[in-house]
Write a protein that binds this ligand. Structure first.
Ligand SMILES: C[S@@+](CC[C@H](N)C(=O)[O-])C[C@H]1O[C@@H](n2cnc3c(N)ncnc32)[C@H](O)[C@@H]1O
Length: 282
């Protein structure tokens, strides 16, 4: 049976995400795994800490299954993931830790799972891209057991004065100058990026108050190492053509060179906010 199409703006956003992730699957997890926090762990680990002890876990926007594999290693027994991209899920299915996991191509707004199927629902850097987030919240509440945990990681911006901020400053004029036919569709709902916004959208679905903490990851390295990491992290780069990408790269490498430490490295911090909420108890 075919699922009904989402509204036009959501469909455009989802087509964009699906096509990028089918073209370059697996990039996000490589980026995350090479960006440690000060204690050497990743933002996947920070999110997994929030659902420690959960036996049945669903990941919304699971991509290549890196977070699910980590959860399997920590003892979760029943794992499931949903993603728009068949290419990403193909990589997830190839992970031995996920041999028994239920990995489905689909939309987080229409989950193919029964009521009360999971102790925890997680989502790493994906909820913030989703349209109809109220519907995602309602679906997460439906598939959670009463009192189950929703834990999401959403982008919290660049650390001031470091290389991610520099990159974004240099990128901005290119985005402004881009012709309309290269513009990206609008992704996500602003509310999913703040604690207050998440409170507003999760409460009607029956969730309790949102808990919130911020972790900082470091993409840092030499400017030449940093460049590919930055270009993978930001979907906006798809707006630039080849010539503009080369120009931006030259500008970035020249500006970054002046900021290197004695080892040639440059700091490139990004904040990730981790939000948690409990579904209504029985
Ligand atoms: C930035 S990537 C993050 C992937 C993964 N969570 C990670 O951090 O490694 C966002 C992922 O969310 C998926 N996605 C976006 N909107 C979605 C939706 N409405 N339903 C299911 N998956 C979605 C995309 O296909 C993509 O794989």
């Amino acid at each position: 049976m075919n699922s009904p199409r989402p509204p036009a703006t959501a469909a455009a956003a989802e087509d964009f995400l699906r096509s990028i992730h089918n073209r370059i699957p697996g990039r996000q997890s490589v980026g995350v795994e090479r960006a440690p926090r000060a204690d050497g762990t990743t933002s996947y680990a920070a999110l997994a800490d929030e659902v420690a002890g959960a036996r049945r876990v669903l990941d919304l926007g699971c991509a290549d299954g890196a977070l699910l594999a980590l959860l399997a290693g920590r003892g979760a027994e029943t794992l499931a993931g949903v993603d728009l991209s068949a290419g990403e899920l193909e990589l997830a299915r190839a992970r031995p830790e996920l041999a028994g996991a239920e990995l489905r191509v689909g939309r987080a707004q229409q989950l193919p799972f029964g009521d009360g199927s999971f102790d925890a629902v997680v989502s790493h850097m994906a909820l913030m891209l989703m349209s109809d987030v109220d519907q995602v919240a309602a679906e997460a509440a439906r598939v959670l057991v009463p009192g189950g945990t929703l834990a999401v990681a959403v982008g919290g911006g660049a650390v001031e004065g470091e290389a991610v901020e520099l990159f974004l400053t240099l990128l901005r004029p290119y985005l402004k100058a881009a012709p309309a036919d290269r513009h990206m569709p609008r992704l996500g709902d602003r509310r999913s990026r703040t604690r207050e916004g998440l409170d507003e959208l999760l409460a009607p679905a029956g969730f309790g108050p949102v808990g919130w903490r911020t972790v900082t990851i470091d993409l840092g390295g030499t400017p030449a190492e940093l460049w590919p990491a930055l270009t993978v992290c930001f979907y906006d780069m798809t707006v630039l053509d080849e010539r503009q990408t080369a120009e931006l790269k030259a500008e970035f490498l020249a500006s970054a060179a002046g900021r290197q430490d004695a080892d040639g490295r440059i700091a490139a911090g990004m904040r990730i906010n981790i939000a948690t909420a409990r579904s209504a108890g029985s």
